[in-house]
Design a protein around this ligand. Sequence first.
Ligand code: GLN
Length: 192
Amino acid sequence: MFGLQGDVREHLAVLTALGTHAVAVRRPEELGRCDGFVIPGGESTTMFKLARTFELFEPLQERIRGGMPTFGTCAGMIMLADRVVDGTADQETLGGLDVTVRRNAFGRQVDSFEGEVAFDGFDEPVPAVFIRAPWVEEAGAGVEVLARVEAGQAAGRIVAVREGHVMATAFHPEVGRDDRIHRYFVDLVTTA
Ligand code: GLN
């Protein structure tokens, strides 16, 4: 997984508990050993700058384009979006998802909150922790919507998506005790 910025430890803990050999990747050479990749929550503007500095940006982009299963949470979702609204002027993304995300979309009043969302294919809703989260403003025809906000002002907003081997959530499944979304991703990696 991306190891330069963000809540790397939380993801590693869930992935390790699921029996995968998860490591924090900081150098381009380390990418070769990855069958799947996770981009954590954190700060997307810092992430792309560090990825550039550590020369991870282009090799990672190539691997994602080449079909490596990839999962982004929150800032990771922004990194995987083809288009960003309310990013910084110089903000770059790796892309991979034909979506437009709005950064810090939930606004100040509900900056950070917890709820539950129904997740496509799961019997029970998943807990969803939103921390200055983005939402998906527009999704291309090839994008599967996996979850939407259910109530409140943002009701109906898309907060989890998948397009083939690339998936993302606007919330943080890595901070709760529910590992179903990580399991969903690990299945994606093992069946790829
Ligand atoms: N607001 C952050 C960003 O723009 C994302 C926040 C998060 O990952 N919790 O990157």
